[in-house]
Ligand binder design. Structure first.
Ligand code: UD1
Ligand code: MG
Length: 424
């Protein structure tokens, strides 16, 4: 049993002589729900514009997702008590030296989100099968896709929880998502060709280049990247869940726009509908988790959540047939990965936690020389408080996601728009 008795901070020799107190759950959820309702307005507007059958299916999935939101909200305090009892907790390293830094914060609450997500999707699929006019999985190819998606996501939830409990070595963490992605690749029946940019066509002599197995390898690597990218762009309250919520929202907008714009291609619409069926529950359950994980966090999400969220996003990108665009949504994570490379590759020593330095007197965070986007932001913009830093990083994420909110100031929307007009 002792193998389950763990505490990540204690391993870093920072958890000695800490007082024990179960954290109070914060009550930011009405605010989060209110803000999301406003944010979701453009999505609701676009939804009203699309075809009847698709709209009904999305609305039904939305209703299931809302139930998932409520269940997650009520289950997190219950699961927190069980996790603390099993010694699955951590200390908030960005509050070290203050009374808040001595509180045991339950870890791995991603397990609640993951399980509720799976239940919502499975029950939704079951109910859809019973309703003939909404039975979009009557086609066996689609059923295989839903099942393979659930297999890959379920496998990552398991791996994430095992990592939270046992602390899996990095090389294993890198290999297992490859295995988890295999069911996806077997179910993938989309294109394996890339469009050659128009200016290069005269030199290449082709408009499309079929990459065959190399395209599948790229999708495998994408799954590995997505699962690890969210996990290493982390460490400040609300960042892991916040980035997932922003990316999920951008994906929802992208999907609904593509469904509306592809009325002549039913297969393409179905692929985006599939994506919405998984992203809505991810968005809803993650919002519930965010209300507890927002500053000051009363729960930590653990690798269970980061792996689950990363794999779910990879799954919808791959089986929704927009894996290239997905990388645009991940722009901050790509930058974070690039600046992290020297430490990940072992060229520069990599400490267990690559977090900013916290000054308990000013309660501000200062950038360190560890290669993360969090530290780069602090070095460029100067010291700031933890919630301000999280808002800056999430704003950056919004700017790189082509959602209506970000259109006015979005660099990547511009890139995306240019690519659609010029490249494709
Ligand atoms: C990854 C990062 C590591 C970062 C950690 C924070 C790499 C290679 N690894 O490691 O640098 O420090 O995530 O999640 O980039 N914590 C906080 N405040 C938070 C969230 C987490 O203090 O808002 C601390 C807690 O002590 C918590 C621990 O981080 O117990 C969780 O760390 P874990 O997710 O296990 O770290 P890794 O994913 O291995
Ligand atoms: Mg982690």
């Amino acid at each position: 049993m002792s193998v389950f008795r763990r505490n990540k901070s204690r391993r870093t020799k920072q958890g000695k002589n800490k007082s024990i107190s179960v954290p109070k759950q914060n009550s930011t959820w009405p605010k989060i729900l209110g803000v999301s309702a406003v944010i979701l307005l453009p999505y609701a507007y676009l939804l009203m514009k699309i075809d009847g059958e698709f709209k009904r299916s999305i609305l039904m999935n939305g209703a299931f997702s809302f139930v998932g939101f409520c269940i997650t909200l009520s289950m997190i305090p219950v699961a927190s008590r069980y996790l603390i009892r099993r010694n699955l907790f951590g200390f908030d390293l960005n509050k070290k030296g203050t009374p808040q830094g001595n509180i045991k914060v339950p870890e791995s609450l991603g397990i609640v989100v993951g399980i509720v997500f799976l239940i919502v999707v499975i029950v939704f699929l079951g109910v859809s099968m019973l309703l003939p006019h909404l039975n979009f999985i009557a086609n066996s190819t689609r059923l295989v896709q839903y099942n393979s998606a659930l297999t890959s996501i379920g496998f990552m939830i398991l791996l994430g929880f095992v990592d939270d409990v046992l602390d899996v070595p990095w090389r294993v963490k890198l290999v297992l998502p490859l295995v988890a992605a295999l069911p996806l690749l077997m179910a993938y029946n989309g294109h394996t060709a890339i469009v050659i940019p128009k200016p290069l066509i005269p030199y290449v002599g082709l408009e499309m280049l079929d990459l065959g197995w190399m395209y599948k390898l790229y999708m495998c690597l994408l799954a590995v990247f997505c699962t690890n990218a969210i996990n290493i762009h982390a460490g400040i309250n609300g960042l892991e869940v916040g980035q997932t919520v922003v990316i999920a929202f951008a994906i929802l907008i992208h999907n609904i726009m593509r469904i509306g714009a592809s009325t002549d291609n039913a297969e393409y619409q179905q692929a985006h509908l599939f994506s919405i069926h998984l992203v809505q529950p991810l968005f809803a359950t993650s919002l519930a988790l965010l209300s507890y994980n927002w500053y000051p966090s009363s729960v930590f999400v653990g690798d269970t959540y980061t792996y689950f969220a990363g794999m779910t996003i990879a799954v919808v990108g791959i089986l929704g047939h927009y894996s290239e665009i997905l990388l645009l949504f991940f722009a901050p994570q790509v930058v974070n990965f690039i600046v992290s490379l020297p430490q990940l590759a072992g060229i520069i020593p990599c400490p267990r936690h690559r977090l900013p330095r916290f000054d308990p007197n000013t309660r501000l965070l200062m950038g360190t020389h560890d290669g993360t986007l969090v530290n780069c932001c602090l070095r460029w913009l100067g010291s700031m408080s933890e919630p301000s830093l999280c808002i800056v990083l999430l704003s950056l994420q919004c700017m790189t996601c082509p959602s209506p909110q970000a259109i006015a100031c979005s660099f990547s929307f511009l890139v995306w728009w240019l690519l659609v007009g010029w490249y494709k």
